[in-house]
Design a protein around this ligand. Structure first.
Ligand code: PMP
Length: 424
């Protein structure tokens, strides 16, 4: 496979873009990232013209794949040619908000922003403003975007910033606990309950392997937060409009958070984030309340149109049946391959998320510490490059999820399973 153009582009990029990329994870593939020329249904074509089955799918936003139906593209083109934006309100942002509030159980009101990071930043500020408290509880190894309050590592006793440039004083307000560990959550509430503004959690941890909640775990968090007057914030940036379909993961698990953050799919492939919840909480945001929030590009008409048309299409067609069925086929097929070969690896995922984690003990990971034991170098240096040689584009590192889209076919699944079988 000739990949000279990607190599040359990366070489050029290294002079003018830090690490040659605009988001750190893109630089992970060895020995250099693949530059994309275009998408095509469930595939991407790279700068050298090589075609791959694409399971990256934009890191999650592309529920419909790379060939959006005509209603999406025509709406986006019209909005682009008529604007593209105004800094004044438009009807389409009201329509998308109406759609989301109709389908997502806990959401009565929304504020659209421009990224998942912005959504979680605003959620944390709102929770602090609403409760008058400072501390937030997060899951160890969780990811909520590039924001100061959650870029924290360590445990409840020893939290420290996970990046340079963040004062230690930020980490002092953040309490990491292990996912799925009810006793640990109860303990921090016993100790700090009156100071905790919010628990911030992904309903399914999808940034470090894929780790599912044990039965009742979210109910436990719901009970603790209610008892102590803290907010439960579900970060559904990945799970939103993917896990649990239009009702999102909170619908699937039947747990009602106080606030929900969205990103990715809700913008139909354009930059987006959103924050939603009960009116009584949401109305603490300016201009009604006193928690400041604003953005030049927020509710961008092109993004709103893409999100509205994508979700309306998903509501009218059998998109979730299709992507979830292919997800089942992938996970079942991968489990057979791993079992046949007697490999100690875990096949993880739900709905349209899937991944093989190179765990060493063969047990499904219950938290991110389990995933952290995975054989990262095997993934980066051996497994992923060989899959790519066989025309299968997998996540850019061992920890990122892989995503099924409506444009994927049974043939894509079969080709992928054949390649896994071969390379494993
Ligand atoms: N929260 C979660 C759960 C995420 O997975 C991500 C990004 N993958 C973010 C927040 C940040 O979103 P963005 O990259 O759009 O800022």
């Amino acid at each position: 496979m000739n990949r000279d153009t990607s190599r040359e582009l990366y070489d050029r990029a290294l002079d003018v873009l830090v690490g040659g990329v605009n988001s750190s994870v893109r630089a992970a593939p060895q020995p250099y990232p693949t530059f994309v020329r275009k998408g095509d249904a469930g595939h991407v074509v790279d700068a050298d013209g090589n075609k791959y089955v694409d399971w990256v799918m934009g890191l999650g936003p592309l529920l419909l794949g790379h060939d959006a139906p005509e209603r999406v593209t025509s709406s986006v083109q019209r909005r682009t040619s008529e604007g593209p934006m105004y800094g004044m309100p438009t009807e389409v942002e009201v329509e998308l908000a109406e759609f989301v509030t109709r389908h997502v159980p806990s959401v009565e009101m929304l504020r659209f922003v421009n990224s998942g990071t912005e959504a979680t930043v605003s959620a944390v500020r709102l929770a602090r403003g609403y409760t008058g408290r400072s501390k937030v509880v997060v899951m160890e190894g969780g990811y909520h975007g590039a924001q100061e309050s959650t870029l924290v590592e360590g445990d409840a006793e020893h939290a420290r910033p996970s990046s340079a440039g963040i004062p230690q004083s930020f980490a002092e307000h953040t309490i990491p606990v292990p996912f799925n560990d009810r006793a640990a959550a109860s303990e921090v509430f016993e100790e700090h309950g009156d100071d905790i503004a919010a628990v911030l959690v992904e309903p399914v941890m999808a940034n470090k392997g894929i780790v599912e909640p044990q039965d009742g775990y979210h109910d436990h968090l719901r009970g603790l937060t209610r008892e102590h007057g803290s907010l439960l914030v579900f970060d559904e940036v990945i799970t939103g409009f993917r896990v649990g379909g239009l009702a999102c993961a909170q619908g699937k698990f039947d747990v009602t958070p106080d606030l929900t953050t969205f990103g990715k799919i809700v913008g139909g492939g354009f930059p987006v984030g959103a924050l939603g919840g009960r009116t009584e909480v949401m109305e603490h945001l300016t201009p009604v309340g006193d928690v400041f929030q604003a953005g030049t590009f927020s509710g961008h008409p092109v993004t709103m149109a893409a999100g509205l048309q994508t979700l309306t299409y998903a509501a009218e067609k059998d998109v979730y049946d299709h992507v979830n069925a292919l997800g089942d086929d992938l996970r079942d097929g991968l489990r057979d391959i791993v079992d046949d070969k007697g490999l100690p690896y875990s096949v993880v995922g739900t709905d349209s998320l899937f991944k093989v984690v190179f765990t060493r003990d063969g047990e499904p990971p219950e938290n991110t510490a389990d995933v952290g034991k995975a054989a990262v170098d095997r993934w980066n240096r051996v497994f992923r490059p060989q899959m790519q040689e066989r025309g299968i584009m997998l996540a850019q590192n061992q920890f990122e999820s892989q995503f099924v889209s409506d444009a994927h076919t049974q043939a894509d699944v079969d080709a992928t399973l054949d390649a896994y079988d071969d390379v494993l």
